[in-house]
Design a protein around this ligand. Sequence first.
Ligand SMILES: NC(=O)C1=CN([C@@H]2O[C@H](COP(=O)(O)OP(=O)(O)OC[C@H]3O[C@@H](n4cnc5c(N)ncnc54)[C@H](O)[C@@H]3O)[C@@H](O)[C@H]2O)C=CC1
Ligand SMILES: CC(C)CC(=O)C(=O)O
Ligand SMILES: [Mg+2]
Length: 357
Amino acid sequence: MVKYTIAVLPGDGIGSEIVPPAVNILKKIGIKYDIAFEFKEALIGGAALDAVGVPLPEDTLKVCHQSDAVLLGAIGGPKWDTLPTHLRPEVGALLPLRKDLALYANIRPVILYPELVSASTLKEEVVSGTDLVVIRELTGGLYFGEKKREKTATGERAVDTLVYTTEEIERIARLAFETARGRRKKLTSVDKANVLESGRLWRETLSRLAAAYPDVELEHMYVDNCAMQLVRAPKQFDVIVTENTFGDILTDQASMISGSIGMLPSASIGGQVGLYEPSHGSAPDIAGQDKANPLATILSAAMMLEYSFKQVQAAEDIKQAVASVLNKGYRTGDLVQEGKMVVGTQEMGNLVAGEIV
Ligand SMILES: NC(=O)C1=CN([C@@H]2O[C@H](COP(=O)(O)OP(=O)(O)OC[C@H]3O[C@@H](n4cnc5c(N)ncnc54)[C@H](O)[C@@H]3O)[C@@H](O)[C@H]2O)C=CC1
Ligand SMILES: CC(C)CC(=O)C(=O)O
Ligand SMILES: [Mg+2]
């Protein structure tokens, strides 16, 4: 029997509602495939600030490093928004955790389940059949550059910096080329090279590496155009690779192709220990109400099985279980479609678990 330890970090808001269903499904997968999962829960974000005064406790980092993978809910919320920047859950916990685990690549597949075509805000003929993946650089760029605030004679001056090195661009580009190679062989590199120096280096680096991947078609696109193209004709995309902030924004937008941000999973990889989390945040507006869609987190657990544990069939089982539940007509509130049955977070989790036999 194989054994894996999973660090479980529910975090804030809906985090404590969407993570337990994913853990429960992993337990069922463990029974079916003879995998012994050990789950070690740890504090992060506002929950950690409230309990021990820091957003990313040393103990949590230790648990993550000593595990084979990390399952994260979401962090942040209004209660902690006014703290100094370095203490905020987002800047004080999530970014340093990603950096500490050397997770330079964030993979966000945007797949529209056929059952959810009418849940998308976009027209059926535009979105039907969409299957693209965004590869977002995760430990560099605007989120990690130097920040400062200074007093001026009339007010204040705030600075954020966007820095990339050739090496940082090369490693994410290679992963993107390799990913495209295993799919429909089209790579769209998204930048703002018409304005940003970092964008020029990004574009030059991608163009140079393209010679090693003659079977992959590389196109360059400015990020503003990409935002438009994603809603105009999403099926033109296969793999998109882009800067940290651009990828963050474009994937929230792209989530609506799949019906809801509650459908968009993610895998963060690159280091020894992969981290798996939904693409959305802690959704304070619906927290504690059993309304959140747990499917993005459940599908992130499937990505964990695939990327960290190479349990491809087990991952496929989870995706099939999700498809089956959707096919039977069950929806959480974010996916309301005429004639469908609306269920809460827990029930949706139980329904998916019930499909794994
Ligand atoms: N990885 C993380 O932990 C992230 C944390 N955040 C943090 O989350 C907090 C809230 O941020 P927002 O901008 O409101 O983004 P959000 O993604 O939490 O919510 C945006 C909207 O989508 C809805 N939504 C999100 N996930 C859902 C789900 N699973 N099911 C149904 N509806 C869902 C929410 O109810 C809300 O109306 C902030 O503190 C933010 O910094 C935001 C993004 C990522
Ligand atoms: C909260 C941010 C640091 C990150 C974010 O929005 C994301 O990773 O999707
Ligand atoms: Mg985001």
